[in-house]
Design a protein around this ligand. Structure first.
Ligand code: C2E
Ligand code: MG
Ligand code: MG
Length: 754
């Protein structure tokens, strides 16, 4: 303070104090007028009293006034900072007295209540600014706060400026030093964002908990920090067992190291990886999963966690595997089927085009497999095929493909082999297949024939390679089976010729270019003609007369035999009937029937139709079946034969002794005659074995009340032996070659006159 100002204050103070003292003395000392009747005394008194007064009253008073002013200043400062604090607070703040009147509010609160300034709210109550319902609710809360002397926090969803928002409010009692409640304060804040975040978090937690997919959360080191219940369900591991460990514990070993290297490269680069994995659960069982790994980043883009989500796709995988198996693997042997073989060969062709290395295709067919099926049943047949499949697999390298096309046909593909190697493998396969098998407690053997074609020398695509290997196989069979043959171009020519013959035969049948020759059958005792066999002839325009042995197999393979067989039967019956009508002796005609015709199920209908059309009496028709034809499907054959027999047609067994002659079956067949194969007849005079076989056949047939005819009798020596052995009849060049119609007519006329 400046000195002038100090002096001024002092003067005023002295004056004021003096006046005050005078006033006080007047007031306090009325009973002692003598003391101050004299003004001098009074001045003296003042002079005496003043210092005392100054020290005892004025100074403390002056101090008090200063302190009071300082206090006021402090109060103002406090109030200002309090208001600043209130106005800058994120909260809406208010202060109320016990009657609920606003004593003070901050700007936010005033604004929320639609007031321009906080002062506008002073003295107002809840009822003045809120709905009745809300006002009552808040007043009740304030009452609770005041009654319990405790702070209270509440959250509520309210409309705020037309928008539904969440608010969190603290209400606190204001307690005076003595513990008296003098009002309440309130702090309220918009917490919608926090509430939304909480809801989001709850939802995430729910998804985490209830997800069907296994969820693993790891830290950046890959250590598991959390898993969900689905993880435990799928893997069998509880949270306690895996938290703190690495997901590596699920590694099934089905994926190589490179797989994981690539996976992590992807995650580190893109923050994300997705793919299929095979994992292993706690019980050791593998399961397939579609795994997605995502890197979780914080605000600074730093990776903090990894989240792995695995959906169990084992069922889907298994189904997929099953479908793949059905589509690509043979169900009986588990070997690749034709489709997979095609895939593999196509891949090989691509690879071979690059590295110029060839491969071999080996076509394998079991010899006489039908017999196994027929004699031991289909179950045993299947077992045999399974065993053969294993042996074939064992005969080749891991990289080779062994596939089954169906039936008893297998194809082995040998990559990167020379012709010499293929020779070696073929020999090995033949040896392996040929050793005996134990099936149904019986040891049995089976052999295989192989046809081999080479890529790229023989053909450049699978179909041609297979066709060529099949052609070679056909050769191997023809050579006597249990052998292998490599495809050669000449075979191709043969295959081409076969195709040509098939086309020509079709045309010949259509144009009625085929002929029937007849060979008489002679009763040995009387020398009389007792029958004739119709034998098919094909006079080819360019190739001349083609023997049936050459074109019947083609007709059988192509299915043309059904049509051809009916034509033969029809023609033989028509001719026989015509001869009878012409007055020539009624002599039965034998017609050869192929196995395919017997199997076709339409044999009865054909016979019946032919007889009806040609009006030939059924007793003049005899059908010749080979043992093979009958034995192919014995039961079905017997049924069909019985049906045909029932209308009066007879049956004979042709080429008897060449097949798997089963005498036990013979007795169940509705037969009339057995034809001893010419191979036994041929060497009869020189070979006692053949004589004995023929003799045995004759005796056996007779014991079954069957007639016997010997085929291919060319000499009188043969005839005499047969006669001696009791053979009933014979046919052969010794009596007559097969003759065209007109010539047989001559024969018939001669027979008539005998
Ligand atoms: P197969 O039924 O055993 O017929 C007998 C074959 O022996 C005939 O041959 C006949 O010409 C021949 N042959 C007859 N006597 C002698 C002889 O003394 N010595 C020799 N070496 N051979 C003799 P072909 O006519 O060439 O017929 C061959 C085979 O073709 C027949 O054997 C038969 O299995 C089949 N075949 C012929 N015609 C038909 C037919 O219409 N349908 C069917 N499915 N097969 C037929
Ligand atoms: Mg015959
Ligand atoms: Mg014969």
């Amino acid at each position: 303070m400046s000195p002038i100002r100090l002096l001024l204050v002092l003067a005023v103070t002295v004056f004021t104090t003096e006046a005050l003292v005078m006033f006080a003395l007047d007031f306090l000392l009325p009973p002692m007028p003598a003391l101050y009747a004299n003004s001098l005394d009074a001045a003296l008194l003042v002079t005496l009293v003043f210092p005392v007064f100054y020290l005892q009253v004025f100074r403390p008073m002056q101090r008090n006034i200063r302190e009071l002013s300082e206090l006021e200043q402090a109060r103002r400062a406090n109030e200002a900072s309090l208001r600043a604090m209130m106005d800058n607070s994120p909260y809406r703040v208010w202060l109320k007295d016990t009657a609920g009147r606003f004593l003070a509010v901050n700007g936010q609160f005033a604004k929320a209540c639609g007031m321009a300034t906080p002062e506008e709210l002073i003295g107002k109550t809840n009822r003045d600014i809120l709905s009745e319902e809300q006002a009552e609710k808040y007043s009740a809360e304030e009452l609770v706060v005041m009654t319990l002397h405790k702070q209270k926090y509440s959250e509520e969803y309210v409309l705020d400026h037309g928008k539904a928002r969440w608010f969190g409010t603290f209400r606190t009692p204001i307690i005076e030093g003595a513990g008296k409640i003098i009002g309440t304060t309130g702090f309220s804040r918009d917490i919608t964002e926090r509430k939304d975040a909480e809801a989001q978090l709850r939802l995430t937690a729910k998804i985490f908990e209830s997800s069907h997919d296994a969820i693993t959360i790891t830290d950046i080191e890959g250590t598991i920090i959390s898993i969900n219940p689905a993880f435990s369900r799928i893997t069998g591991y509880s949270a306690e067992e895996v938290v703190g460990r690495n997901p590596r514990i699920l590694n099934s070993g089905k994926q190589g190291k490179e797989f994981y290297v690539e996976m992590w490269r992807c995650i580190l680069q893109n923050g994300y990886w997705s793919g299929e994995v095979w994992n292993r659960g706690k019980d050791g069982g593998a399961y397939a999963g579609r795994l997605t790994i995502s890197a979780l980043r914080d605000e600074t883009d730093k990776v903090t966690h990894y989240i792995g989500v695995t959906s169990d796709i084992t069922e889907y995988k298994t189904a997929q595997e099953r479908i793949r198996n059905l589509a690509y693997f043979d169900q009986l042997t588990d070997l690749p089927n034709r489709s997979l073989l095609r895939d593999r060969v196509n891949q090989l062709i691509l690879a071979s085009q690059r590295d110029k290395r060839g491969f071999a295709v080996v076509f394998i067919d079991l010899d006489n497999f039908k017999n196994v099926n027929d004699s031991l049943g289909h179950y045993a047949g299947d077992q045999l095929l399974q065993m053969v499949a294993i042996r074939l697999r064992d005969s080749v390298r891991e990289m080779d493909t062994v596939s089954r096309l169906g039936g008893d046909e297998f194809v082995v593909v040998l990559p990167e082999v020379s012709i010499e190697d293929a020779h070696q493998v073929a020999r090995k396969i033949i040896g392996q297949v040929a050793s005996s098998y134990l099936i149904k407690e019986r040891y049995m053997t089976v052999t295989a024939s192989l046809g081999i074609s080479m890529y790229p020398a023989d053909a450049q695509d699978l179909d041609s390679l297979l066709k060529h290997a099949d052609t070679a196989l056909y050769r191997a069979k023809g050579k006597g089976k249990n052998d292998y043959v490599f495809f050669t171009e000449e075979m191709n020519a043969a295959a081409y010729e076969r195709m040509r013959l098939e086309n020509d035969l079709r045309r010949a049948l259509l144009n009625e270019e085929l002929l029937l020759y007849y060979q008489p059958q002679i009763d040995l005792a009387s020398g009389k003609m007792i029958g004739m066999e119709a034998l098919l002839r094909w006079p080819h325009r360019e190739l001349g007369m083609i023997p049936p042995d050459r074109f019947i197999p083609i007709a059988e393979e192509s299915g043309l035999i059904i049509e051809l067989g009916e034509w033969v039967m029809h023609e033989a019956c028509r001719q026989n009937r015509q001869w009878q009508l012409a007055g020539l002796p009624a002599i039965p005609v034998s017609v050869n029937v192929s196995a395919q015709q017997l199997k076709n199920n339409s044999l009865f209908d054909t016979v019946e139709r032919v007889l009806r059309h040609t009006r030939l009496d059924a007793r003049y028709l005899e059908l010749e079946l080979t043992e093979h034809a009958v034995m192919d499907e014995v039961q079905a054959s017997i049924e069909m034969m019985k049906k045909v027999c029932a209308i009066g047609v007879k049956f004979s067994i042709d080429d008897f002794g060449t097949g798997y002659s089963s005498f036990s079956h013979l007795k169940y067949l509705p037969l009339n005659m057995v034809k001893i194969d010419q191979s036994f007849v041929r060497d009869m005079p020189s070979k006692s074995d053949d004589r004995e076989i023929a003799s045995a056949i004759i005796q056996l047939a007779h014991s079954l009340r069957l007639k016997v005819v010997a085929e291919g009798v060319e000499t009188s020596a043969q005839m005499e032996i047969l006669l001696e052995q009791g053979c009933d009849s014979a046919q052969g060049y010794f009596f007559s070659k097969p003759l065209p119609t007109q010539e047989l007519e001559v024969f018939l006329r001669a027979a008539q006159t005998v």
